[in-house]
Structures are given as C-alpha cells and as structure tokens.
Design a protein around this ligand. Structure first.
Ligand code: 5AD
Ligand code: SF4
Length: 433
C-alpha cells in the first residue's frame, strides 16, 4: 500500500506549481500518492498564502480541524507564504504540526518529512536550478516557473518577505521543461513569476543575459507548442520591444495582466510602484494600438492609507478609460513587515467597503456591455476543463472563457466556437469547426 498525501493549496498559480513540485518530490522519493480523503492521509499539507490578511486564527482553527480528523500517526506540515512569515510561531501555537516549510524551500519537502519539528523558511535559499521531479495536475496546460522571488518594494506587499529576492531560472532549463511538457501533450504553457517581464535581471550562475522578450522568442520556436501565457508582468517593465513582440508573435496569447493597484499618481508613489497614472495609460495605449484584440486584466487595491475621494476618482477614471476585460479588486489589508503597515493615515473601513462596491459595480457595467457585443462571434477555443452537466470549458486566445456541450474527448483540443449566450464570467457556445 502506498502512503497517502492530502494537500490543500491556497493563493496564486505559483503556489499551485509549488504544490505540484511537492507532490512530485513526495511521489518519487517517498512513494506518496495523493488523496482527497483527509482521514486516510499519512501526510497532510496546507500550502498557504499571506498576501491579504486571512486571519491567523483561521489557519489555526483549520489546522485544529485537520488534527482532529487525521488518522493516528499522520503528520501535518504547513508550507508556503504564511509558513515563511510565521515560521516557528506555527509550532508554538499548533504543537501537533510536524514541520514548517517556506515558499522558497519547496525542494526540501522530502528532507523535512524525516526531521522532528523542522522549520525551513530561509528566504535566501536558491532553488533556481533545482531539478524537481515532474508532476502536472493538467496534461493540457503546463505551469512553468521562470523566476522566483521579487525585487520590488511595493509598500503594501508581503511577498518579498515570503519569497525573497528575485532570481531567474536559466533559460535552457525553462526551454527543456517546456519541451518536455509539450512532448507529454500540453499545447499551452503558462509562465510564472512575480514579475515575469523583469526576467533575466539576476541569475544565480554565469549565463548569457536573456531578457523576457528573448525568452518568449526562444520558447515560441518549440514545434507543437501553440500557446504561451504568462503572469504577472509589471507595468513598469512594459517597454516597446516587449509590447511589439507580444503583438506580433502568434504563439503569445493576446491577454495581458497589467496590475494598476491605484489610478492616483500620489497613491502610486506612496505604494512605490514606479509609474504614474499617465505612464500607465501610455502603456495601455501603446499595447492597444499595436494589438487591438488584446484583453487586459488588472488588480486594484482600494482604501490604501491616505487614499482620498479624489484619489479614488482617479482610479475610476483609469477604469473608465481602459475598460479592463477583468478586474481583481481588493480592500487594502495591512501586512506585517511591510512599509505601509506603519502608515497612520488609515482609510475608514466603511469608506473602503463603499469604494470597493462602487468599483465593482462600474466594472460589472463595463463587462456586461463588452460581453453583449460578443454574441455571434467565433473564437478558436482550447478546451481544458470538464464541467458538470456535460459541458467542457476552454479559453480563446484572448482569454474569454467559453463552454460548450461535450465530453472529455474535447480536452486538449482546439475548436472554432460560436458564442450563443452570454454570462458575466463564462459564455456558452457551439462548435462550428
Ligand atoms: N492588501 C490588499 N491587496 C493586496 N495585494 C497585495 N498585497 C495586498 C494588500 N496588502 C493584491 C495586489 C496584488 C494582488 C496579487 O493582491 O493587488 O496585485
Ligand atoms: Fe502567491 Fe503572494 Fe499568496 Fe505567496 S502571498 S501564495 S506569492 S499570492
């Protein structure tokens, strides 16, 4: 009988890839198979996120629940970003936890497993050339890390403290991983990094300087690879060369995430984002002028310390001007070890909630108007998800999610799909070719 692993993954795509890496290491080196049934697991992992405040007591109450339900002798490990920043405290508050493994120490999973009360959270640890074993939860779309950590110092963000300084993975390792995924049937790769278009800023060993634009060119030469996506780029590093390559390279999907955070130049300065309202709008204009079909998504924080009504109006202004295809909006949440944690000009909770609602209402109007114009259009869809009720869902090149009636034979296939009905987050269509 193989040993069983139960793993819960919170947070971003990076965490999903870290979980895949841990599953692969535990499978190859320790003989674990995954299970959805907590009660039969020999090892329970929770891969945590700390980007916004998920009250710490919620993590501990969840851990308490795991401890009650686990079978006798099963181990519990806490991994990821909250592990990085709480470290030892987790063992103090939940003594039944066996180990704490930081977001930048994933490769040590099979070591900590055999140590008593291990805490491995070194944010300077370098895993950029570690040869992870291979596991993918989807054979159709392959997540590939291209860099780890983040060199920026956005005053609201905890990530540099949980994932450390930015370090790029050598391009030949990325290309080999992409080729392997494509040989195993993936037609799409999804490049991951905190700041993908800052790729090449620092490597751990001697190596040719390759920037993100060049990396994209090299990856797009892989035969049988049809689509390249990536997240997240930083608006500050969107130079013309990058935008032009994005527009003209047919393998690069025409979907760009441009995290705005705020539309007020004053707030952006306080956030240390490195761009202004005007320079952000200039990059959007350049992008749309060379690539009119692009869909642009963004992240916006409301209620950052010192955000006045006028500052919030600036954010709404940018939203009205850009008409983003998708907005991920958040209320500011003070994080430990960040600069903004000490800012005193706090925005009233109710004011922040009202701003969030207003922003989301505006966004919904924009999305509804845009979606209405899509009825009858035909898109090339790559199917990747089997939904309930005999629907299969996929994405167009420019990231529109469309479902059609069908079965698993469609997974991993491209089809031309005509949009027949409209919902806010997902459209329905029928295959025409
Ligand atoms: N409070 C609220 N939202 C945050 N984000 C990052 N840090 C915070 C914070 N302290 C948001 C940003 C980022 C996204 C991943 O999470 O918008 O782009
Ligand atoms: Fe991902 Fe950031 Fe959450 Fe860490 S804190 S899991 S990097 S979103």
């Amino acid at each position: 009988m193989s040993k069983k692993l139960f793993i819960e993954t919170l947070g971003c795509a990076m965490n999903s890839r870290d979980s895949e890496h841990m599953i692969a290491e535990l499978h190859e080196k320790e003989g674990y198979e995954t299970t959805d049934n907590l009660a039969e697991a020999d090892l329970i992992l929770i891969n945590t996120c700390s980007v916004r405040e998920r009250p710490v007591h919620k993590l501990f109450s969840e851990l308490g629940g795991f401890n009650k339900k686990k079978k006798a002798g099963a181990k519990i490990g806490v991994c990821g970003c909250t592990a990085s920043h709480l470290g030892e405290e987790i063992l103090k508050r939940a003594p039944y936890v066996s180990f704490v493994l930081g977001a930048r120490n994933v490769s040590k999973i099979s070591e900590v497993l055999h140590k008593d009360k291990a805490v491995e959270i070194d944010i300077n640890y370098d895993e950029s050339e570690f040869a992870f074993n291979d596991f993918r939860s989807s054979p159709y779309k392959a997540y590939i890390n291209i860099s780890i950590g983040c060199d920026k110092a956005c005053t609201f963000c905890i990530v540099p403290k949980t994932r450390g300084d930015e370090i790029s993975i050598p391009d030949n390792l990325i290309i080999n991983e992409a080729k392997k995924a494509v040989n195993n049937g993936a037609k799409e790769i999804f490049l991951l990094g905190q700041n993908v278009n800052n790729y090449g800023r620092r490597f751990s060993g001697e190596q040719e300087k390759v920037n993100f634009t060049e990396l994209l060119r090299r990856l797009s030469q892989i035969d049988d690879l049809e689509r390249i996506r990536f997240t997240s780029p930083h608006p500050l590093h969107m130079d013309d060369e990058f935008i032009e390559e994005f527009a003209k390279n047919p393998k690069i999907c025409k979907s760009m995430h441009m995290p705005l955070q705020s539309g007020s130049s004053k707030v952006l300065k306080e956030m240390k984002r490195g761009y202004t309202k005007e320079s952000f709008l200039n990059r959007v204009e350049k992008l749309r002028s060379v690539c009119p079909e692009v869909s642009i998504s963004t992240d916006i924080i409301v209620g950052f310390p010192g955000e006045s009504d006028k500052d919030f109006e600036d954010t709404l202004d940018v939203v009205k001007a850009v008409k983003f295809e998708q907005i991920f909006s958040f209320k500011y949440s003070p994080r430990p070890e960040t600069e903004a944690e000490h800012f005193t000009n706090v925005v009233d909770e109710e004011v922040a909630s009202d701003r969030l609602s207003e922003l989301q209402l505006l966004n919904n109007e924009i999305i509804d108007e845009k979606n209405a114009s899509l009825l009858g259009n035909v898109y090339r869809v790559y199917f990747e998800d089997l939904n309930r009720d005999n629907f299969v869902a996929g994405r167009s090149d420019n990231n529109i999610v469309i479902k059609v009636k069908g079965s698993e034979e469609l997974l991993g296939q491209f089809r031309d799909v005509k949009v027949t009905s409209i919902g806010r987050t997902i459209l329905t269509g029928e295959i025409v070719a």
